[in-house]
Each structure stands twice: as C-alpha cells, then as structure tokens.
Design a protein around this ligand. Structure first.
Ligand code: ADP
Length: 739
C-alpha cells in the first residue's frame, strides 16, 4: 500500500437518521486513513458537533469492536443551525481549528445535500471569516477547498445512483422478521394484517418486503393504485380468501398516496377493510424497530468497502468535486455528490407532481420489473386470459445441497409459468425424480406458503444419473410431455443440465431447453456473482461469530472459525470482512509455514503491545490439506507460549439451514424470473439450447451451456474469475494495526 506523502487531516461524521452499517463504515474509513498516514477526527453528533466544536482525534483502538453494534458510535443528530449560513460559518471556523479540509459524511439525502452546500460555500465562508479576522490569510491559503466524500446511510434506500444504501438491508431483515412473525398468527386466525413500513418517497422497503414475505397487497409512493383501489382491494382479498389464502398481509409505505397525491395511511386501509369486509384487520406500525437490531452481514460488508473507498477517493490527487460512494452492479464506485442529490430530488419531485411513470423510470428498470413481478405473485389465482388451449409444460427441479431462498425461486417460477398459461410440474429429489418418476403438477395455491421456508420443497438431491439411467430420464420427460426444464441449484444442477445437453443426440426426448439458476451457499457458480443462499449462510456465520466473540472472558484468546465453501473462499472472505477478522485462510490464496510464522509474530506483538485480548481467524474448510484447522490451532497455541490460546469452532451444516434472509428470497424471485423469461423465449422460438444465468449486481446475463467449461475450474468447482478476490487485502489491513 502506497502511503501519502502530504499528511492529510480528515473529519468524519454520521448525520441524520441512524442506519445500520454506519459503524462498519466509520471503522473502515478511520483505519484506512490511519494506515495512509492521515490524521483523523471524529465530529460527534453530526453537524451539531461541527457547529458546537465537539471534535476529537481518533486512534486505531477508538474504533475497535464497533462493527457489530447498531446505530453509530460517534452519534448523530439533526441540526437546525447548519441549515443556515451562520451555522455553517461556525462549522467552517471549527474545522479550521483542527486543519480539517477533508470530510467524510455518512448520512441520508438531507445530510448529503447539506454537505454539498457546505463544500460549495467554503471559499465564501473562509473569505467572511478572514474579513471578520477570525482566521488568518495563511489559513485561507492552506485550505482553499473543502473536499467531501459522502456515504449514503439511509434505511429507505432512497438515493439515486446507488443500488443499496447503508442500513436498507438490515431494515429489511427487521421488517421480514416482524412480518414472518405476524404471518403465523394471521394464518392461525385467518386475519388480515396491515403493516406500515418506513419510506417517505421511496417504496423500496415496502416493495421488497412484500416480495420477501409473499404479501397480498402493497402501497408504495412511486406506483399509486388506480382509482377505485378500495373496491379492488376488497375484491382481491375476498377472492384470495375463497381461493384458500388464510392470512393476508398488506404493506403500506409511510409515503404511500393515491394517484391524486392524497396520502393513503394504514388506518385508512383498515377502515376500508373493516367497513367493506366486516373482517377484523389489525394494524402494525413498525416504526423505529426498523432501525434497530444488529447490522446484517451485507451492511457490515457495504460499510467496510465503502469506508475504504471514501478514503481512497479523498486521497486521489486529481479529485476536486465532492463525491459519494455508491454500489452499482455489485461494484463500489464514486459519483458526483451534487448530481446524485439532484437526481434524488427529481424523483421526489416527480412523485409530488404525480408523474409516477417518470419516478419509476428514474428509479431504474430493475425496480419496474420487480414491481410488476410482485403484481403477479401476489394474485390469488392465475389471470384467466392467459389460459392456452394446448399448454406447454415446464418442469422445475432442485439439485445439489438445498440453498435458502430456493423455495421462493420455485414459488416465483410456478406462478409466473401459470400466469403465462404453462403447465407447471415439479420433479422431486433432483435427478432421482426423473429416473424414478417422482413428478407432481402445481396449482397456483400449492406454493402460497413457500416464501419463508428454508431447504427445498422439491427435496434437492445431489445424485447424478449414470449412463444407464438415461432411458428412464428420457421416458419421464416423454411421459410428462415436458417441453422445458428450469434447474435451480449448485454444481449438480449445472452438471445435470450439461449431461442432458450432451445426451440429446442419443435420446431425442432430451432435446429440450434447460436453464440453470444459481443456488448455492458456497457462491461458487460460473458467471454469477451472487447465488441464491449465500447471503443466508453469510448471516449465519456472522451471527455465530458475534456469539463466539461475546463468549470471550478477559483471557487472551484467538478464535479460529472454520466455514463452508468447498474450494471457494467466498464465505470465508466475506465473513472475514463483515466480522473484522484478523486473518482469513482460503484455498485460492493458499497457506504455507512462512505465512503462519509471520501471522504468529504479528499476533504475538499485537496481543503484547496493543492490549488486544481477542483475535478472530476464519478458515475455509478446504483451504489446505496439511494446514488444517486443528493444526493451526495447535501450532498457534503452542508457539504463543501462554500469551494467548486458540479456540476452534467448526460451524458445519448450520450454514446451510435456516430461514432465508430477505436478500435470498428476493434473489430467488429475481433469478427465477430471469430464468423463466429465458425459457419462455426459448419455447416460443423453438430454441432447444441450454443455458445458465449469471447475476451481476442488478443485471442478469445468460450464458450458453457450452461456455461452462471455460468459465470454471472443474478440479476445484469454482469460477475462474471471482470478483471478490480484489477485496481480500482489506481484511488484515483493517484489523491489525501497522507498526
Ligand atoms: P437524512 O440525512 O437522514 O436525510 P435530514 O434530512 O434530517 O436527515 O438531514 C440531517 C441534517 O443534515 C439536518 O439536520 C441538517 O443539519 C443537515 N441538512 C439537511 N438538509 C440540509 C440543507 N438543505 N442545507 C444544509 N443542511 C442540511
């Protein structure tokens, strides 16, 4: 890492509504800046601390053990004085007392708007301070510009130009947990629950939680219901009840409105239902619960990589304009702060002006698609007009280990297929279901309650057919008149698809399109950056590590945690970033004795010098055959000579189980939608080639099956190029104080 020659002084603050992941961002930015030889100050309580001069230097240890905490350890506030020029004048004067002319602001749209104004006003503010003799001419000369880099902390995910803001994923966790809990009681009593979630100008939390919980109806600001929504709602809920839906969840974003700009409140929805339906409905306003709890693995990761990028941006010699750090298509970038603020305001303005199509367009195409998919999934029955005379048949199959989120992918595929007039079949127990004819037909309501279930309702299986099994496979496909196959799973799914593709010359029944959808907690599938299931596994690891760390007493201890992934280090690397591990061991990087010796020396020094009493080491299960988890634990304990001991934990199959996270449920819907779209196209065009779907950020690509071999290492069952490997250098750099 090249260190900067001119020592920079930077201030960091969190402002506006608190958001999960702010602490991870503060930790990463502070430590990365210290490594780069910067002087770093915390400005406490947001802009209030800037106006009131609550500014203190930060050291490496100041940000220890903060990642797992919710909220922000440096405090946040809303500050009226900063909205006015005199307040900003005082703020500028205070910053100059410490020589701060680089600022990292972590906050929402309001805080970043304030930052933008402040940066543009800076020269004038300094001129005024000089005229009032509050600062010297030399100060003005030394600090001609205030450079600002923002990170968007907002649970609403309401900032233009970024796919996700800090805190939105954790808020979705809270909402999903609450609705899952409500669903069971609603189900038992056949009740309707109306749940109000945050989002003044942005329906992200409402729409995504509706997808993640299988809600019946959702009201969001960007897409108001058509006139007559009261009658529609009543009719749809009645139809759903007749179709067998026991519980109905209606989600209302706090900024929901009708086409004429009139607010739709949860109380109003309740009144409509109670009056028209004569059914009991209950309102739950989730409120500040959505900000609480623990930060999700994603928010810890996003905070960490954004914090590093913010410092990198500040240190770029050519930088001038204020920027914000954003995540687009799964990559961290910086974009113009004022342009993003302007776009964000334009969306809010479009909603206010009733230009809803424009608001949706400005949010991006991914948004529009998910909103329309939601419209189909929440229906109580397939739309009648699509019924075909001779429907084609699509069969669904899950192969490999079960991955959390698979069931929502199945649910989505079944309903989208039925809505388009296809006959939808499910093949149980993977390839065995084809060999032994374990096939079922789906009706719309069969998948109603699958959203939140872990595992695979089609019982995923890793068995692959032997050559002698293919006549039976071909016979099953012929018997059930299967025209296309959607395979959801890991390596076994891809291999089965490739086998079917190869065998179609011998068995003409196998000449049909197969589309693979990536689902594996290991996230080791080609062309796809985020497979269904990996986020749940990551959260399980992060929560387990939190508990393990909390179990520490005052004795000096290193925890060595072994995680899954086969030969793919994704889970180890990402959990290392999200938990602040000191070291990670991956097969991709290898382990040798020299490395272990260096780490032992570093750890010993750190335990002795820094007063450290805990360290965290994460090892992928197949990182190295010789340097096993046992070996490393014993070696370090022995060589530490009593300074610290090592406790090892093998997390095991718990990483595969559990309730899918909101992201994995959403990912299940998104990828199943893309997979089905491909199949619809292939069936319409009589294209019998097979393919697999790759997912990058918010975009999906399709790869022909023949590309598979060139994109993977077959020996280690992982992609040749893995996007996350470029992040590995951050792990230790942020965890061990340099000498
Ligand atoms: P958020 O950043 O979460 O959107 P707010 O909109 O409340 O939260 O903004 C937080 C703080 O940012 C405000 O209390 C104020 O100090 C500052 N701020 C917001 N908007 C402006 C503005 N237009 N000009 C100057 N400061 C602003």
């Amino acid at each position: 890492m090249a260190k900067t020659t001119v020592k920079k002084t930077l201030g960091i603050l969190t402002s506006g509504g608190d958001a999960q992941g702010m602490n991870a961002a503060v930790r990463a930015a502070v430590r990365w800046a210290l490594v780069q030889n910067c002087e770093v100050y915390a400005i406490y309580e947001g802009y209030q601390g800037m106006v009131d001069n609550i500014i203190k230097p930060l050291r490496w240890e100041s940000v220890s053990s903060i990642m797992q905490s919710g909220g922000t350890v440096i405090g946040t506030a809303r500050c009226r004085e900063f909205r006015e020029r005199p307040g900003r004048l005082r703020a500028a004067e205070n910053l100059l007392k410490y020589g701060i002319d680089n600022l990292i602001v972590i906050g929402g749209d309001g805080s970043l708007t304030g930052a933008d104004i402040f940066a543009r006003e800076w020269p004038e503010l300094l001129a005024e301070l000089l005229a009032k003799k509050k600062i010297s001419a030399l100060k003005v000369k030394r600090h001609p510009q205030l450079r600002i880099v923002g990170m968007v902390g907002s649970i609403d995910n309401d900032m233009a130009d970024t796919d996700m803001t800090l805190g939105a994923d954790s808020a979705l966790h809270r909402i999903t947990e609450a609705i899952d809990a409500l669903s069971s009681t609603a189900h038992s009593h056949q009740r309707i629950f109306i749940v109000e979630v945050m989002g003044r100008n942005c329906g992200y939390l409402a729409a995504m939680s509706a997808i993640a919980t299988g809600a019946s109806y959702v009201f969001i600001p960007e897409s108001p219901p058509p006139d007559g929504w009261r009658e529609n709602l009543y009719r749809e809920l009645r139809a759903a009840r007749s179709a067998g839906r026991r519980d109905s969840i209606i989600i209302v974003a706090e900024g929901a409105r009708d086409r004429h700009g009139r607010t739709i409140t949860s109380a109003e929805v309740k009144e409509v239902l109670d009056r028209h339906m004569g059914l009991e409905s209950r309102v739950t306003i989730l409120g500040h619960v959505q900000r609480g709890g623990e930060p999700s693995a994603f928010d810890r990761y996003l905070g960490t990589v954004s914090g590093v990028e913010a410092v990198r941006e500040l240190l770029r010699p050519d930088g001038g304009e204020s920027k914000i750090v954003v995540t687009r298509n799964n990559r961290i970038e910086t974009v113009s702060l004022c342009e993003s603020v302007a776009k964000t305001h334009a969306i809010a303005e479009a909603i206010r002006a009733g230009e809803f199509d424009r608001a949706m367009r400005l949010r991006g195409s991914g948004w529009e698609i998910m909103n329309s998919v939601l419209g189909t999934l929440s229906r109580p029955a397939a739309p009648a007009k699509k019924t075909r005379k001779k429907p084609k048949t699509i069969a669904l199959i899950t192969c490999g280990w079960p991955a959390p989120g698979m069931n929502n992918a199945l649910r989505t595929a079944v309903r989208l297929g039925l809505a388009q007039g296809y006959r939808m079949l499910g093949i149980r127990q993977g390839a065995e279901g084809l060999i032994y004819d374990r096939v079922r037909e789906f009706a719309w309501m069969d998948v109603e309650e699958w959203v939140a279930c872990g595992g695979s309702k089609l019982e995923a299986n890793r068995t692959l057919p032997e050559p002698e099994d293919f006549p039976a496979v071909a016979a099953a496909i012929r018997k059930h008149k299967i025209d296309g196959l959607l395979m959801i799973g890991g390596w076994s799914a891809y291999r089965l698809a490739a086998m079917i593709d190869e065998m179609d010359r011998e068995y003409p029944d196998l000449d049909l399109p197969v589309v693979c959808v990536p689902a594996s907690i290991n996230n080791n599938l080609p062309g796809s950056e985020l497979a269904i299931g990996a986020d749940t596994a990551l959260n399980t690891i992060v929560q387990a590590v939190d508990k393990i760390k909390n179990s520490a007493d005052t004795s000096r201890r290193a925890f060595l945690v072994e995680v899954m992934g086969r030969y793919c280090g994704y889970l180890a690397a990402m959990s290392g970033l999200a938990t602040g591990a000191e070291y990670i061991y991956l097969h991709e990087q290898g382990i040798d004795l020299k490395l272990l010796q260096r780490q032992l020396k570093e750890l010993t020094r750190s335990f002795r010098r820094d007063g450290r009493n805990i360290a965290l080491l994460i090892r992928n299960e197949h990182a190295n055959t010789a340097y096993t988890t046992d070996f490393i634990a014993q070696l370090f304990t022995e060589e530490a000579g009593g300074l610290f001991d090592v406790r090892k934990t093998i997390l095991g199959p718990m990483q595969q189980g559990g309730t899918p996270t909101p992201f994995d449920r959403i990912q299940g819907t998104r990828l199943a939608y893309d997979g089905m779209l491909q199949l619809f196209g292939k069936l319409a065009e009589h294209d019998n080639t097979s393919a697999f779907i790759g997912f990058r950020g918010s975009k999906t690509s399709i790869f022909p099956m023949r590309d598979l071999a060139g994109m993977v290492s077959c020996e280690y069952q992982r992609p040749v190029n893995q996007w996350w490997e470029s992040l590995l250098s951050m792990v230790t750099a942020l965890a061990i104080r340099p000498r």
